[in-house]
Write a protein that binds this ligand. Sequence first.
Ligand code: PGA
Length: 256
Amino acid sequence: MNSRKKLIAGNWKMNKTSADGVALVNDIVAAVGKQADVDVVVCPPFTAVESVGRALEGSEVKLGAQNMHFEASGAFTGEVSAPMLRAIFATHVILGHSERRTLFGETDELVNKKVLAALKNQLKPIFCVGETLGERESGATLKVVQTQVERGLEGVNKDQAASIVVAYEPVWAIGTGKVATTEQAQEVHAYIRGLLTKLFGDAIAQKVRILYGGSMKPANAPELLAQKDIDGGLIGGASLEARSFVELVNAAVAAK
Ligand code: PGA
């Protein structure tokens, strides 16, 4: 048991129109919109962020985006900035998701610029790290995660650090139905907390939420959420339906 409030975040990826997103959050709000025992965040695609935000008004559910540019404005065709997200009341932003890293070439250096820009604009980064199957099989998991954490959080100061959320997402578990074992997940989560302790000191490291992501479902969530250093989940597939997402929120409430 620790003092960290659990957090369940839905990463909708490239799914849901604005209207479909509003319908989904209406159901989520009706079921768990008033509870404040765990933090709940939904991260729709950009075209639905504002409409979903309006549907969340008056509830405890918070609004996030899935990506952003590190500059505030300018000639960056197709991009969206932190001040733009703040202006439509987003509070969180997923950064460095493995799909951004592998499909869109995001490097640790780029992710770091985004993390710093998010923090400067009072957006809470949900900062993602995780190893590929090849890296795990070659025994490189901890080294890979260390590099991603150290490079991704370079230049973050102690005052900012507590508002960061880290998401450990083994790439081989994302969207594959293969979930990390609780031992595998807890080992990496504890290791990440150790890295945060080195970077920011123990008091702050104890405050940072570290989420597990990768095929988290209502069936496997209770065991994962019972682990000492697993403070919630970043949910892809199971966040696209109200019933499974609400069950995950309830599993976090039960595990608190
Ligand atoms: P998944 O995705 O739950 O569908 O595995 C998690 C994520 O990519 O954030």
